[in-house]
Structures are given as structure tokens and as C-alpha cells.
Write a protein that binds this ligand. Structure first.
Ligand code: SAH
Length: 258
């Protein structure tokens, strides 16, 4: 059975809107293996943030018949670019971090993805082979997903992690007869703000907090991470994000008054 046939059995089409983002991957073989993992599960969109060695014959060899995903992969310089248009950003992490962040298992992640409004772009973000995702990268995500592996040996190969996450999305999509209820229980009247809009909001907010001496840029501590966590947890829509920006612009204006 080819992919198009099997995908027509999926309950929803918004798996098309899911991209896999691999951050700073060192080994091209892992990129190829991830492409293969994705294609077996019916996913197509691969985004690479500063891969060390790509395009590469090793990636092509490991991709087996999934070289079309490598050919169409997007290579970008920053994680921000990779996720700017995404309404939901999920960071895959093998270990817990000091600042707790909303955490789901792969099955819960799949439910969350499928409950997004149609046409919402979604990113699954995977980290470096050696050190995973940085705290700053994880702070760009709405939630983190952890594959509950052997607690004594919990770090999967990055392409294996892609396999597990995309498999879970596929299974959930196949198992569901109807689209899960929207996140807030009712269809929302505005589209969710995307990561690019929220990033501009956070940067603006930070500037204003420095200007009003609320944030000491020489000792920022975890203030902005906590602001990010609060806003990402609330998943504001576009209008709400604009209201917050509008408030900040007015603070700016008042600060500039003589
Ligand atoms: N040594 C690294 C792990 C890197 S594994 C660390 O301590 O963070 C490479 C990537 O695969 C991780 O960044 C993560 O995105 C994914 N990954 C590996 N194991 C995972 C797990 N158990 N749950 C979720 N993601 C995992």
C-alpha cells in the first residue's frame, strides 16, 4: 500500500501540517534515518537548523527510499526561522530541566496536535545528539514531550525519537473517528498566535521591562523564561497577542514623552 492510499484512512488531514525540526544535527546518517522514519509514518516536512553536514551521501544512504524528503528539506539558520509560522511547538527532551515546563507523553502530544484548529502549523523539535536542546530552545516551545523510556537509559537516538513521535501521531490519527475536541472546548473565534508573533511580543516585552528598570539586563535571572512560560501556557490567539503588544507600545510612547 502506498502512502497516499494509507493516509486517506487517517481521520484528519492536519498531520500534513506537522513538520519535524532537527536542531544542529551532527551526524548526517541521523538526518537520513529520521527522513526514513518520517516517511514510513506518512510525514513529509523536514526542517534542519544548521546541520553540520548536509546534503551528504551518508544521509542519502540512510534515508533509503526517503530521499525525496531530503531533497525537499528546508535548511535554516535559527530555530526561530524554523518555527515562526507554527501555532504549536513541541520540544522533545530526554531529561527534565530545572524550570518545569508543561510536559506530555507522546500519546498526549498526539491528542494535542490533533485538537489544534485546522490549518495550524505544528513543529516537533528535536535536539543535538550529544546535548539535546538548550534551555533557550526549550523555552520557545509550548510544551515538552518525553518518551517514557528506561529511567536508567532514557536517551534514544534522535531518529528513533522521530520514529516514536510520528508513530504515535499516526496511531492517534487512525484511531480517532472524529477530530478531538478543540483545546478550549469550543471552536475558537481567532487563530492562535504563531511562534513568530509571540517571539516579537517577548522581545518587545523584554525591552520595555529593561526600560522601566523592572528587568536588570546584567542580572536577568529567569524572569523572561517565566514570562514566556506563562504566555505559551495560555496559548493566546492573534488578537490577544496584539492587545499585549499594543499595551507595550503605549508604555513605550509614555516613556518617550518629555
Ligand atoms: N544527551 C542528550 C540527548 C540527546 S538525544 C540529552 O541529555 O539531552 C537527541 C534528541 O533526541 C533529544 O534532544 C530529543 O529531542 C530526542 N530524544 C531522545 N530521547 C528522548 C526521550 N526519551 N524523550 C524525548 N525525546 C528524546
Amino acid at each position: 500500500m502506498d502512502i497516499t492510499e494509507s493516509d486517506s484512512k487517517m481521520a484528519f488531514t492536519n498531520l500534513e501540517q506537522v513538520r519535524v525540526v532537527m536542531v544542529h544535527t551532527s551526524h548526517p546518517g541521523n538526518i537520513g534515518a529520521a527522513a526514513r522514519a518520517m516517511k514510513t509514518m506518512g510525514f513529509r516536512h523536514l526542517v534542519l537548523v544548521q546541520p553540520r553536514d548536509f546534503p551528504s551521501a551518508t544521509a542519502t544512504a540512510m534515508a533509503s527510499g526517503a530521499t525525496d524528503l531530503l531533497d525537499s528539506a528546508t535548511v535554516v539558520e535559527t530555530l526561530q526561522e524554523a518555527i515562526a509560522d507554527c501555532a504549536l511547538v513541541v520540544g522533545a527532551s530526554a531529561r527534565s530541566r530545572t524550570l518545569p515546563w508543561p510536559l506530555v507523553n507522546p500519546r498526549e502530544m498526539a491528542q494535542q496536535v490533533l485538537s489544534m484548529p485546522d490549518n495550524s502549523q505544528v513543529a516537533l523539535v528535536l535536539g543535538r545528539e550529544r546535548s539535546g536542546l538548550t534551555n533557550d530552545e526549550l523555552a520557545c516551545c509550548h510544551c515538552h514531550v518525553n518518551i517514557p523510556a528506561n529511567p536508567d537509559y532514557s536517551s534514544l537516538n534522535v531518529a528513533s525519537a522521530v520514529q516514536v513521535l510520528t508513530y504515535e501521531l499516526r496511531m492517534t490519527s487512525h484511531a480517532s473517528q472524529e477530530k478531538p475536541k478543540p483545546h478550549w472546548g469550543v471552536p475558537w473565534d481567532q487563530p492562535p498566535a504563531n511562534a513568530g508573533q509571540l517571539e516579537s511580543l517577548f522581545q518587545h516585552w523584554e525591552r520595555v521591562l529593561v526600560d522601566i528598570d523592572f528587568l536588570n539586563p546584567n542580572n536577568p535571572r529567569t524572569l523572561m523564561s517565566k514570562v514566556r512560560r506563562l504566555i505559551l501556557r495560555a496559548q493566546p490567539d492573534e488578537v490577544e497577542a496584539n492587545i499585549l503588544r499594543g499595551m507595550l507600545s503605549h508604555v513605550d510612547k509614555h516613556l518617550r514623552k518629555p
